[in-house]
Write a protein that binds this ligand. Structure first.
Ligand code: ATP
Ligand code: MG
Length: 357
């Protein structure tokens, strides 16, 4: 039997409650599909500041590096908001991504049939279940390029530089092609190659990797302005989108918000190995922490992504998605409450997903 080692970074606010639900679901999936999980907890964020004086203890990095993957709740809260920026809980989050070499950020935009009403898009645009994955390059591009101030023709000016090396493009392309291979076998690379030299290199490099290593995946290209439009005009056309740091920042927010429910959205960060960091996109929701109102489904779906993309358990991942879908037909947490359906708390939603699994 496969045994996986998973680090739990429960974090702050609703973090512990939602991670506990995901653990229950993972254990149930393990029973059903014949794998076991060994958990180890580590500190990150505010709870780490309180216990160890730093948002990212070295011990946490070491544990995550030794694990098959990491499941994270959320970090931060008003208690730590007055600390200087470089000592805040959120610094721990950036730090752990960097320490683990996670250069790819994956954000699925999924609309379950049961939650179509929450989307700002019309039902006929969404079609059936919508499932788009945005793969964003996370450690290069204009956010990390040379920047500065200077004087141009006697007036003050500022500049930022977009640069990508071929190896940086190759590795993000491989993550995206691998992902497409595990999904609908369609990849759309998004750039601004009609204007930017870095985009022309991006496009050529992605095309070469596709032709050499992934002939089974259908590759298309799209300009970023058009993609922003197509995401709200006809999102069904996309399976996996791969793009640069800055374009991905914008497009992944756009794509995720077409689902309309923050408590449902999962995410992952991957590096060159198989291990990843999986977490809901929402924050620690200090306003509802401890009240039982938190929706655990984004974290449960993040655990599902972990099974699919890091642990090679696609059937278990699919079963979790199906169980979430089925749960949405029976009961809702307060954030997605619906007339005619039972309103349940965080633990009850976790139990319901387990029972439907
Ligand atoms: P961040 O921590 O990402 O910078 P934030 O603290 O402003 O942002 P969140 O913590 O995500 O944002 O909370 C935003 C709102 O969404 C809050 O009202 C919170 O209660 C609600 N919310 C967030 N996550 C959930 C969840 N899982 N279930 C129910 N409500 C949630
Ligand atoms: Mg927050």
């Amino acid at each position: 039997m496969n045994t996986y080692k998973i680090v739990l970074l429960k974090g702050d606010g609703i973090g512990p409650e939602i991670v506990d639900q995901a653990v229950k679901v993972l254990n149930k999936a393990g029973e059903k599909f014949g794998f076991a999980i060994q958990y180890e907890e580590a500190l990150l964020g505010g709870s780490a500041i309180d216990a160890a004086g730093t948002p990212l203890p070295q011990e946490t990095i070491d544990k995550c590096k030794a694990a098959d993957s990491t499941l994270l709740g959320a970090v931060g809260g008003p208690k730590w908001d007055t600390l200087p920026g470089d000592q805040r809980p959120e610094k721990g989050l950036l730090g752990i991504r960097g320490a683990l070499g996670l250069f790819a950020n994956l954000r699925p935009a999924v609309i379950f049939d049961e939650l179509r009403d929450a989307s700002p898009l019309k039902a006929e645009i969404i079609g059936g279940k919508l499932d788009v994955m945005v793969v964003r390059e996370l450690t290069g591009g204009i956010y990390f390029g040379e920047r500065g101030r200077k004087e141009v023709n006697g007036v003050p000016a500022a500049y930022d530089t977009e640069m990508y090396t071929v190896p940086e493009i190759e590795r993000i392309a491989r993550v995206a092609f691998d992902m497409a291979r595990k999904r609908g076998k369609k990849l759309c690379s998004v750039d601004k190659a009609n204007v930017l030299e870095s985009s022309r290199l991006w496009r050529a490099t992605v095309a070469r990797i596709g032709a050499e290593e992934y002939p089974d995946v259908e590759l298309s290209n799209m300009y970023v302005d058009n993609c922003a439009m197509q995401l709200v005009r006809n999102p069904q056309q996309f399976d996996v989108i791969v793009t640069s740091n800055i374009f991905g920042d914008i497009l992944s927010d756009e794509a995720s918000m077409i689902s309309g429910s923050i408590g449902m959205l999962a995410s992952a960060s991957l590096g060159s190995g198989k291990a990843g960091l999986y977490e809901p996109i929402h924050g620690s929701a200090p306003d509802i922490a401890g009240t039982g109102k938190a929706n655990p489904l984004a974290t449960i779906l993040s655990a599902g992504m972990m099974l699919k993309y890091s642990l090679d358990q696609p059937e278990a991942a699919q079963a979790i998605e199906d169980a979430v879908s089925a749960a949405l037909k029976q009961a809702r947490t307060p954030d997605i409450a619906a007339e005619g359906l039972r309103t349940v708390n965080c633990t009850e939603m976790g139990d319901l997903v387990c029972s439907l699994l």
